[in-house]
Design a protein around this ligand. Sequence first.
Ligand code: NAD
Ligand code: UDP
Length: 311
Amino acid sequence: MHICLVTGGAGFIGSWLCEDLLKKGYKVICVDNFITGAKDNIKRLQDNENFSLIECDVSKVLKIDGKIDYIFHLASPASPIDYQNLPIETMLVNSFGTYNMLSLAMKKNARFLLASTSEVYGYPEEHPQKETYFGHVNTIGPRSCYDESKRFAEALTMSFRRIHKMDVRIARIFNTFGPKMRKNDGRVIPNFIIQTIRSEPLTVYGDGKQTRSFCYVSDMVDALEKMMFTEKLDGEVFNVGNASEISILDLAKMIRDLTKSDSEIVFKPLPGDDPARRKPDINKAKKMLGWEPKIDLKEGLRKTVEWFKAH
Ligand code: NAD
Ligand code: UDP
């Protein structure tokens, strides 16, 4: 039986990934310090004999006995509110944490996948963003703790590959959403859904013309697994996300319509360095992984709204 270690396994994407890996017959070791994750996310996995949890900070040295075949390194705050509240922890987990996990992968001869981000492109001046784009990042702005530490994590991952000939892969994850997002993590979809449930105004930042491209979480899990388990992708970087782009104002209207809410839309100041447009070019993933998203935004939102209402 193959063994997967998932850092950040109690987070939003990580908990979905752990559950799916168990379903597919892998043994899963989840490593998390719950800084932005939740015990509830993995509660029903804990009865599974193939699941184990190590509660610790991966920025500190971690010793694990026994074999590990695959390491998915997802540990890192991901929501702008979270990483701006936890800038030093974010930089530590993406630097020391990534170093520790790469060292562990080297010791265990395990394949390593880094969960990177579209934020490595910063405030992009190229549209849509291809993997070959070098990005446009403000090194001292409010997003820099996340953007620069993820860029460092990518550089460190490629350095381990060059020096130690390790099998590594880098996933540049674009906005992902779905059930199990924290209702107060500050990201736009949980915010809008909670606001409609509470009949509060929907808070659009800026004029709402900025765009994002939202991927449903089960499609993301599928992409991460294909990236990890497809042979001969050593050293490859993939954009993974949904390529269909929507403005934030249209998203607010869509969520309002779906929930049949009569909440008004109010406009609030745009946070600093908030990218005006973001959309992945996913042609490389389509071609080399045979992957593309299956769940469109409306369908994903319906599932997410249902979950938030039930919780
Ligand atoms: P999340 O905050 O829900 O999950 C992150 C998990 O990592 C949490 O469970 C948290 O407790 C854990 N963690 C953080 N620091 C840790 C540490 N030092 N030691 C151990 N555990 C630690 O976020 P998410 O949305 O699930 O994101 C998962 C990964 O995907 C992150 O690396 C993020 O950068 C990347 N990503 C996510 C998105 C998205 O839209 N969700 C977009 C781009 C990239
Ligand atoms: N946003 C918004 N209202 C909110 C939360 C976010 O208008 O209540 C905007 C935010 O300014 C950004 C977009 O929605 O332009 C996506 O924000 P999110 O925090 O989800 O992630 P980002 O893509 O910025 O990392």
